[in-house]
Design a protein around this ligand. Structure first.
Ligand SMILES: *[C@@H]1O[C@H](CO)[C@@H](O)[C@H](O)[C@H]1NC(C)=O
Ligand SMILES: *[C@@H]1O[C@H](CO)[C@@H](O)[C@H](O)[C@H]1NC(C)=O
Ligand SMILES: *[C@@H]1O[C@H](CO)[C@@H](O)[C@H](O)[C@H]1NC(C)=O
Ligand SMILES: *[C@@H]1O[C@H](CO)[C@@H](O)[C@H](O)[C@H]1NC(C)=O
Length: 212
């Protein structure tokens, strides 16, 4: 009975607010060469698995594009902030949207631009912190932390060209994930087959014992 109640509440919650946050197929191909789309939040469901991964983005990539959309008319306020582990090596990343606002109700793209200072060489960890305030009946702040790593090189230009980004979020992306899951399933099936064979052999052996 309690289980049924929970399901009903979840359905109501899902009905109040829902949004997508993703890295589109072309963008994932541009940044990582992967033919996939990476959905961090899909129809309101957070992909913790994708968030946990870490991926190295090639040196020539300077910016990242994220696609998002509020799927319901209920407004969803967001706020975005960045933390950078080594401010001497990298400035706070720039966004081409406001740091506070509402998720657009039509599909839109925003851009995050990274810039090394060129003062020191360092591997920098950065984090894009996003808060989403879910509307009633379950007002709640959903916090997403998109972690990245990037190597900044010391050089003589203030406007550094040498920029490398490792995107902890983008990392988990697409195909490798599904391939990984596929392999895991195959391994489980194989184990199950071996277990059955072993079991049958054991039974056969026992029966043989009895007969003899
Ligand atoms: C999104 O989820 C809701 C339930 O929360 C469901 O009714 C709807 O069909 C889903 N939409 C898509 C595009 O999957
Ligand atoms: C997100 O929420 C947390 C806790 O509610 C707060 O500490 C943090 O400053 C917020 N971040 C932004 C970007 O608003
Ligand atoms: C931010 O950049 C993206 C990609 O260049 C663009 O599609 C979008 O319109 C820009 N948004 C704003 C508010 O300028
Ligand atoms: C960078 O500046 C240093 C002196 O500050 C100079 O010795 C070095 O040759 C310069 N490197 C380049 C690539 O210009």
């Amino acid at each position: 009975m309690q289980g049924v109640l929970c399901l009903v509440l979840l359905a109501i919650h899902g009905g109040a607010a829902s949004f997508n946050l993703l890295v589109s197929g072309p963008e994932l191909h541009r940044t990582l060469g992967l033919n996939a789309e990476l959905r961090y939040v899909n129809n309101g469901t957070i992909n913790d698995y994708a968030l946990g991964f870490s991926v190295m983005i090639p040196e020539h990539i300077w910016d990242l594009y994220f696609t998002w959309q509020n799927l319901k008319p209920t407004p969803i306020p967001y706020s975005i902030s960045f933390t950078v582990s080594n401010p001497e090596a990298m400035t706070i990343p720039q966004l081409n949207i406001s740091r506070k606002g509402y998720i657009p109700t039509s599909e839109e793209v925003f851009r995050v631009v990274f810039q090394c200072t060129g003062k020191v060489s360092a591997e920098v960890e950065l984090c894009m912190n996003m808060n989403f305030t879910m509307p009633p009946p379950f007002p709640d702040i959903t916090h997403l932390a998109l972690k990245r790593q990037k190597v900044c090189y010391k050089n003589n230009n203030t406007n550094s060209d040498t920029l490398m980004i490792a995107d902890a979020m983008i990392v988990g992306a697409g195909n490798p994930f599904y391939i990984g899951v596929g392999c895991a399933c195959a391994a489980v099936v194989l184990l199950a087959i071996f277990a059955v064979i072993f079991y049958l052999r054991t039974i056969k052996a026992r029966r043989t014992d009895v007969i003899q």
